[in-house]
Design a protein around this ligand. Structure first.
Ligand SMILES: Nc1ncnc2c1ncn2[C@@H]1O[C@H](COP(=O)(O)OP(=O)(O)OP(=O)(O)O)[C@@H](O)[C@H]1O
Ligand SMILES: [Mg+2]
Length: 245
């Protein structure tokens, strides 16, 4: 099979391409008030380039924690995390930051746009950080195009407070995808949106990922949105299992 379009169904591992994500036997334990708390238990997962994966599961089961490990924002207690051919173990904090800038886009439930900056400057700032050699004019031109592509061409000079929730999340998506990441991590990206707006944002997220051949891992509590991914996984008390299609 080919993963070129990114939306082919997972076939159980006969892919000829090397996986974009490969995590094996990952444990993640935090110590809280001197009691060890096992958040993730022996989690293994392979994701092909351009594959779209939904993660569902109860509150507190470890979904955000898994995204933090995939986003190189936390380190596992045991096991291996390899993303885009890069083994994250042993990388310094600076190398991890460089890895994040080069490889990842992240979308959050609460959007986290910078309130004092316009939509254009929110996106442009992310691009300037990811590609420091770029001229300001070039960064702004590419950012304006990205905002146009998410349907906000006439809103680029608005600040977040002048945008609806769905519009703010579209800015969040444009910002996450502007530096063409190989992997988009989205933690309940539609959690603050009504169902209809949320479905449109997810549609847009799938379209952008497909165009850029980016893989997507998104967490959602909405089974209808999860069902639209190539694969669905359930997190239950720190254990991750594939839901057969
Ligand atoms: N810094 C921390 N210190 C102690 N416990 C933590 C910390 N961060 C997370 N936890 C615990 O880890 C568990 C998993 O949390 P996580 O945020 O990954 O869950 P989740 O599946 O994303 O839940 P939700 O659907 O509510 O967002 C929870 O029991 C949480 O209380
Ligand atoms: Mg969470």
């Amino acid at each position: 099979m080919t993963y070129a379009t990114g939306l082919t169904n997972h076939d159980g591992g006969s892919a000829s391409v090397s996986p974009l994500i490969s995590i094996s036997n990952v444990d993640y334990t935090l110590t809280f008030e001197s009691t060890p708390l096992q958040i993730l238990k022996n989690v293994s997962l392979e994701v092909a380039p351009a594959q779209v994966v939904a993660i569902v599961g109860p509150s507190g089961s470890g979904k955000t924690s898994l995204l933090m490990l995939l986003g190189a924002l936390e380190r596992p207690t045991a096991g291996k995390v390899r993303i885009a051919g890069q083994d994250l173990e042993g990388l310094s904090e600076d190398s991890l930051a460089a890895f994040r800038r080069k490889t990842l886009g992240i979308v959050f439930q609460s959007f986290y746009l910078i309130p004092s900056l316009t939509a254009l400057d929110n996106v442009s700032l992310a691009l300037e950080i990811a590609e420091p050699g770029l001229s300001l004019a070039e960064a702004r031109e590419r950012s304006a195009k990205a905002l146009d592509a998410v349907g906000l061409g006439s809103r680029i000079h608005h600040r977040p407070s002048a945008l609806s929730g769905g519009e703010q999340q579209r800015v969040g998506l444009a910002r996450a995808m502007i530096a063409r990441p190989k992997l988009l991590l989205a933690d309940e990206p539609t959690g603050n949106l009504d169902q209809n707006t949320g479905a449109k944002v997810i549609e847009l997220m799938f379209d952008m990922a497909r165009q850029q051949h980016a893989a997507v891992i998104f967490v959602t509590h909405d089974p209808a949105l999860a069902a639209r991914a190539d694969r669905m996984l359930t997190m239950t008390r720190g254990e991750l299992t594939e839901v057969p299609k």
